[in-house]
Design a protein around this ligand. Structure first.
Ligand SMILES: NC(=O)c1ccc[n+]([C@@H]2O[C@H](COP(=O)([O-])OP(=O)(O)OC[C@H]3O[C@@H](n4cnc5c(N)ncnc54)[C@H](OP(=O)(O)O)[C@@H]3O)[C@@H](O)[C@H]2O)c1
Length: 360
């Protein structure tokens, strides 16, 4: 397989740090450039991050000495050095949109963690097991941008990375309604307990913008390409409440599902569908793809955030406690690692798909 030179924009942040660790020993990708704000530019990576290193694994040696560049001022230089870049920055939405388009127009494909372009009509928002075919919209996007190579592709929000994979193989039965409550880790806000002491021993029942993303983004994932845009699906309708809880990593969701009249599968059928579910990521044997995407636990106290978030390198989804419900048809619990599958890992898997399909 070809080797790809990779830049990480926002490499000093929480998600950026995950990207840096995922490049270490990646069979296809080689970390070539790191960019962040002007505050970090000009410093070796280890110095720019300093005390902010937030992961439980050490900073990769190969990254420590790389001089961090200025994501905006050095864009042309970075775009010329790399085959594509990942982007995870904390900036105003319109500034992120402009920054990502700038790189795309410099013929540098951008695989983004940011939400800024998720609703741009011709930007594919992809979970490779669910809607890999949406990458075909890239040709239309390149026409709009006037590029040959450059484009933007995004991954969806971290909150829905547990329950959408669990719902997807059941859609064929006609899911009518879903209710989800998410219990989201503090790394999802780019924080550790040291930097967010109010979160110790606490639950905050509000995460700005998260409930709307949790309800709406699935409809784009389940949408289809029509001409030069992705048209969102009409359903199933999802209602969500999103809480911040005192966990470092791992977003859990409590899910209730109602099927159309007469369409309800039995519990054994649902478990069989989850066990059998594979997507293009598994079929193409992409390096970051979990072998078994959905893991069902029969134990009644699993999945647990601390015990199960790292299954298959944090790229698989765990499910448990499937049982009948008195108002909906069924309820269950699911879990995914928010900065791995839900952020950097999900973007790396998307980049692998784009490379395997010759878009990069
Ligand atoms: N954390 C998660 O689980 C998660 C999940 C999904 C999506 N996301 C999204 O990923 C993005 C990054 O989140 P995060 O948690 O990693 O944030 P973070 O830890 O606050 O990191 C922000 C990064 O953005 C850089 N930055 C800030 N202003 C900049 C500017 N003007 N120009 C260039 N770079 C700039 C920072 O560089 P300096 O170090 O130089 O300041 C840093 O590298 C956000 O859009 C977030 O919504 C996060």
């Amino acid at each position: 397989m070809k080797q790809y030179k990779v830049g990480i924009i926002g490499g000093t942040g929480m998600v950026g740090q995950r990207f840096i660790t995922l490049m270490e020993n990646h069979p296809w990708f080689r970390l070539t450039a790191i960019a962040a704000s002007s505050r970090s530019a000009g410093k070796p990576y280890a110095e720019a991050v300093g005390e902010r290193w937030a992961l439980d694994v050490p900073m990769p040696e190969e990254a420590k000495g790389i001089i961090v560049q200025d994501a905006e001022a050095d864009a042309e230089k970075i775009a010329a050095e790399v085959d594509f870049c990942f982007c995870a920055v904390d900036m105003k939405k319109e500034d992120i949109r402009a920054l990502e388009e700038k790189y795309a127009k410099l013929e540098c494909p951008v695989v983004s963690n940011n939400s800024a372009h998720r609703w741009t009509d011709d930007v594919p928002m992809v979970v490779p097991e669910i809607n890999a075919d949406h990458i075909e919209i890239i040709e239309a996007q390149r026409k709009r941008l006037g590029t040959k190579r450059g484009f933007i592709a995004v991954k969806s929000n971290c909150s829905l990375q547990s329950y959408i994979p669990a719902m997807h193989p059941l859609k064929k039965y006609g899911i009518q309604q879903a209710l989800v409550c998410t219990y989201q880790a503090i790394s999802g806000a780019g924080k550790t307990f040291d930097r967010w002491p109010e979160m110790v021993d606490n639950v905050i029942p509000y995460i700005g913008g998260e409930e709307e993303k949790s309800e709406q983004e699935p409809l784009k994932l389940w949408g289809h390409i029509e001409g030069d845009k992705i048209v969102k699906a009409e359903g199933p309708s999802i209602t969500a409440q999103c809480f911040r809880v005192a966990c470092q990593d791992g977003h859990m969701a409590a899910v209730f599902l109602k099927f159309a009249d007469g369409c309800k599968p039995d519990m054994e059928q649902i478990k069989a569908d989850w066990a059998a579910f594979r997507g293009p990521a598994q079929e193409l044997d992409l390096p970051s793809a979990p072998k078994q995407f959905l893991h069902y636990f029969e134990e009644e106290n699993r999945p647990q955030t601390k015990l199960d978030r790292n299954i298959e390198g944090g790229m698989a989804v765990s499910i448990g406690r499937l049982r009948p419900d008195s108002q909906y048809d069924y309820k269950f619990v699911c879990l995914s690692h928010n900065t791995l599958r839900g952020a950097a890992g999900g973007a790396v898997l998307l980049a692998e798909l784009l490379c395997a399909k010759d878009y990069i």
